[in-house]
Design a protein around this ligand. Structure first.
Ligand SMILES: [Ca+2]
Ligand SMILES: [Ca+2]
Length: 480
């Protein structure tokens, strides 16, 4: 069954996009541009915005969240040594409404609460999560027949990356909230019994990975380790610094880490800009290091900002999502699903996007020099966490399919993304790209009420989804 993944958006009578009637990737499932676009405005935006952005000194991105309502947190050292309190209670029943979002793309490029920003050091002291507008609207979420979705936890404000620990333990990172949680299902009934904060006061701790009883936490500039964490959730150990030799630029500085089948820790180092070429090869790469932090090396180049990857359960080869550049208009460029079967491949950034779109600023190398995506994804959808589905609960056609979260667009007139997608493969080719869960956008108002970030397959074959906007975990199940 092929779903129409495109959003239904109200036409404003503007021109329908005409520039992308051909597939953006060769011999693969087709990316069809959304039906509503503002072409003239896009061109003006390109002309107006291309000059900004590359090679400029890094400036802090604008902060647009509401002022913090939460008490000041202890400094990192004190926080690390102190016993972790239980996670904060769920948001009150009537929290303040989320701020209204800009309607036009020009203003959406600035002062937009959906714009991704790194919050580091003292600049985020007392920062708090974006207030939720209302309780999760589960009834608005759409899934294929036989699938159901439920709330797994509401005690995880700003929930970002997911990592499985000891049986029954799911670790959950945050970005703005500076914490890492452990969500524990002690009696294994697939309902959490306790949520612990196992680390706090951290600088953008978006990346987490678990191996052999140790939880690794990647901040912008350094990698931490919590040894023997599963048995010390209520009294977590002080973090050990594995390495502090990671780049410290904030732009795209939030990390996503996982251990590969080779035992190395993989860590993307995003481009420290929207579009730029840096001399240091570590930028715009997926790098890897030994678990002790040594031997940091580039594994894949030309990757603008990957925030999700996994290894194929049979071939053990790396697949990853990559976020396309901004400010090329509503429908360009696509985000990407890429495949790196070996080290040393180059995936095009900053020269080429989506396999065929030459960057208007970086024209000195043709697209044919680079690895094209396996599948082009919706533009600005912000494809993030992904897993191969290895469980047995879902129907057979989901076995070894790629499930990933599209966090949702901010650099686009009408919202796109805000859903969890499935890409099925035939060998190394994508043969479908369709929603598993959608409905986090209100189609009447074009307002989003939730933003999926990462996915994780639990041992019963159900699927967890994190939502940093709503601060919840969802669980997807299937029954015939
Ligand atoms: Ca339980
Ligand atoms: Ca690429």
């Amino acid at each position: 069954m092929i779903h129409d993944w495109r959003p239904r958006v109200a036409s404003r009578g503007r021109s329908i996009h005409r520039g992308l009637s051909r597939p953006l990737s060769r011999g693969k499932a087709r990316f069809t541009p959304p039906r509503v676009a503002s072409r003239g405005r896009s061109i003006l935006l390109i002309a107006g915005l291309l000059a900004a952005g590359c090679g400029q000194p890094q400036k802090p991105e604008p902060r647009s969240e509401a002022p913090a309502a939460r008490p000041a947190e202890p400094p990192p050292a004190a926080a690390a040594a102190a016993p972790a309190p239980p996670a904060p209670a769920p948001a009150p029943a009537t929290p303040p409404a989320a701020p209204a979002l800009p309607r036009d793309l020009g203003s959406a490029t600035r002062e937009n609460p959906l714009r991704p920003t790194a919050h580091t050091g003292t600049s985020i002291r007392n920062d708090s999560r974006v207030p939720a507008a209302a309780a999760p609207r589960l009834a608005a979420l759409k899934l294929p027949p036989g699938f159901s979705i439920e709330i797994y936890s509401t005690d995880v404000p700003n929930a970002r990356s997911l990592a499985l620990g000891a049986p029954g333990v799911v670790y959950v990172s945050t970005r703005r909230d500076k914490r890492v949680y452990a969500v524990v299902d002690r009696n294994r009934d697939h309902k959490p019994d306790r949520v612990y904060t196992v680390a706090q006061g951290l600088d953008t701790p978006n990346g987490i990975a678990y191996r052999n009883g140790t939880l690794y936490i990647a901040q912008v500039g350094r990698l931490l380790r919590l040894d023997g964490i599963d048995g010390r959730l209520a009294n977590p150990p002080k973090p050990v610094v594995v390495t502090d030799a990671l780049p410290k630029l904030e732009h795209h500085g939030w990390r996503y880490i996982r251990f590969g089948p080779d035992g190395w820790l993989y860590i993307p180092i995003g481009a420290p800009c929207n579009i730029c070429k840096r001399d240091e090869p570590i930028f715009a790469s997926i790098a890897r290091m030994k678990p002790d932090g040594s031997a940091l090396e580039v594994f894949a180049s030309g990757v603008r900002n990957s925030v999700g990857f996994d290894w194929h359960p049979v071939t053990h080869e790396l697949w990853f999502t990559d976020n396309g550049r901004d400010d090329l208009g509503n429908d360009l460029p696509p985000d990407e699903l890429d495949h790196a079967p070996r080290a040393g491949m180059h995936f095009g950034y900053p020269y080429c996007h989506g396999g065929v779109i030459a960057d208007p600023e970086f024209t000195d190398r043709p697209c044919t020099d680079f690895e094209p995506p396996v599948q082009n994804l919706g533009p600005h959808t912000a494809a993030l966490g992904m897993r191969f589905y290895t469980g047995k609960m879902f129907p057979p056609e989901y076995r070894n399919a790629i499930i990933f979260a599209e966090h949702g667009s901010w650099n686009r007139e009408h919202k796109l993304g805000y859903r969890v997608m499935v890409v099925r493969l035939d060998g190394d080719k994508a043969v479908s790209y369709e929603p598993l869960v959608s409905g986090w956008i209100d189609e009447q108002t074009d307002e989003a009420w939730g933003r999926p970030v990462d996915v994780e397959v639990l041992d019963d074959g159900s699927l967890l989804i994190s939502d940093d906007w709503k601060g919840v975990l969802y669980r997807v199940t299937y029954r015939k």
